[in-house]
Write a protein that binds this ligand. Structure first.
Ligand code: AMP
Length: 300
């Protein structure tokens, strides 16, 4: 077990006491002790470079459980060739400090070999089916199979009673709920609304790739989602809303991948007009940076 920061560093009580585990066996031993003591385990899986959005998940986990474990693991199997796996921002020391300050009880910080003992190319994989092949899955083939595989592995290591995910990754949240249902994981899934910057941009580790001009343009994603929601509630035809939303994204200097209104439960296409369960979803590039965001018409 490693501990951060070093014991001789000044810090508050949390930062002095956050255990960091690099091996699955150490996490299992920690969880077993907590469970014997009657603690309910809450779990927040992340890829690190943590921001206020991630910390709101930790805070939600604290409300649902009395022992909160976070993981920081940049999962290679959910990145496609040419994506940003190698340069994804890795800031484990800041993450550990932030987690400690937000009431996390332990951090699981594994290496790739710990999570993929069979290798990342040849090991067992979970196939999430059609839900994993539309929208984000169409742009990023295999992405959700990689997400589901790593989440299943982490659930088996941490054995949480509750796990917390962000609505920011709406399709991912649906994939995880389905994974838990279909493979009968004994874990409750909690969803937390998207935390935003003051201009509406969804907080994301990838926002740091944006230059000042792109950062300004990126704020229009949320404005356009709100516009889609308003038009949807007003009964405007879905195809018209989608076409105009894509045009607005282009006018704002963004390159839309998709701008759609879908059924919230399963992301199926809507007939003519949006129903109450609809969600607006956008993926668009600002320069080379691909940003995603969504707005459920009736809240996440
Ligand atoms: P990531 O580190 O990007 O894999 O995200 C880890 C978890 O944090 C996922 O459940 C995300 O949906 C969630 N998350 C990321 N950004 C936000 C945000 N701005 N607000 C709320 N949750 C978020």
């Amino acid at each position: 077990m490693a501990s951060f920061p070093p014991r001789n560093m000044r810090g508050n009580a949390w930062s002095m006491s956050l255990p960091i585990f690099e091996s699955a066996d150490d996490v299992r031993a920690f969880v077993a002790t907590q469970r014997r003591a009657g603690q309910r385990i809450g779990f927040v899986p992340t890829m690190g470079n943590l921001h206020a959005g991630h910390y709101s998940l930790i805070e939600r986990a604290r409300e649902c459980a009395n022992c909160v474990i976070a993981s920081v693991f940049v999962n290679p199997t959910q990145f496609g060739p040419g994506e940003d796996f190698a340069c994804y921002p890795r800031t484990p020391e800041d993450d550990a400090r932030g987690l400690a300050g937000h009431g996390c009880d332990a951090l699981f910080l594994p290496e790739v070999e710990e999570i993929y003992p069979g290798g990342t190319d040849s090991g067992t994989r979970i196939d999430v089916g059609v839900l994993g092949s539309i929208l984000e899955g169409a742009s990023r083939p295999g992405h959700f199979n990689g997400v589901a595989t790593v989440v299943a592995t982490l659930f088996n290591i941490v054995r949480p009673q509750v796990a917390v995910f962000g609505c920011k990754d709406y399709q991912q949240l649906l994939v995880i709920r389905r994974l838990v249902r279909d493979l009968a994981f004994p874990v409750a899934i909690e969803a937390v609304p998207t935390r935003r910057e003051t201009d509406g941009l969804a907080m994301s580790s990838r926002n740091r790739y944006l230059d000042a001009d792109q950062r300004q343009r990126a704020a229009s994603i949320f404005a356009i989602l709100q516009w889609m929601g308003e038009r949807g509630r007003a009964g405007v035809a879905v195809t018209d809303i989608e076409q105009q939303a894509a045009a607005r994204l282009r006018e704002a200097g963004l390159d839309p991948d998709y701008a759609v209104l879908r059924r919230g439960a399963d992301l199926a296409p809507l007939s003519d007009t949006a129903d109450a369960d609809a969600v607006a979803l956008i993926a668009a590039r600002a320069g080379v940076t691909r940003l995603i965001d969504n707005l459920p018409l009736t809240g996440c």
